[in-house]
Design a protein around this ligand. Sequence first.
Ligand code: RB5
Length: 152
Amino acid sequence: LLMNIAIASDHGGFELKEELRAFLKDTDISCTDLGVANGESVDYPDFGMALAVRVSDGEFERGILICGTGIGMSIVANKFPKVRAALVWDTFTARMAREHNDANVLVIGGRTTEKDLAKEMVKVWLEARFEGGRHQLRLDKIREIEKRWGMG
Ligand code: RB5
């Protein structure tokens, strides 16, 4: 399970980002921190874009984004072609995000999710497998939408 992932947050997700970074250090996953570097107020589109563009380009296999609710980061990340960002709130949605949606960006609300639950959700999402089949057909349709509307 060797994987190259990135993590980023705004100030609303800073504390949880630091927790998750420490948690991932104990695994064989390489996790690049794209900021923010402290808890001072910043704009989530800047950090969401920094991560999503690099997942979109294939530089990182996957990413984790955190803001206060996870909503702003989800909106930003899903603007990028080939990014499928999923805002999850429990281990079931974390597992489904992978099994059905093949989400390559996991989004968590730093102000809505307890640390331990967040770690569990990350673990479940990293370990689950995309089921393919009928779910792949649906992802193909999403890809068609991206192409049709000029998103690469
Ligand atoms: C920042 O206060 C907050 O708006 C942001 O972290 C996020 O929740 C936006 O969706």
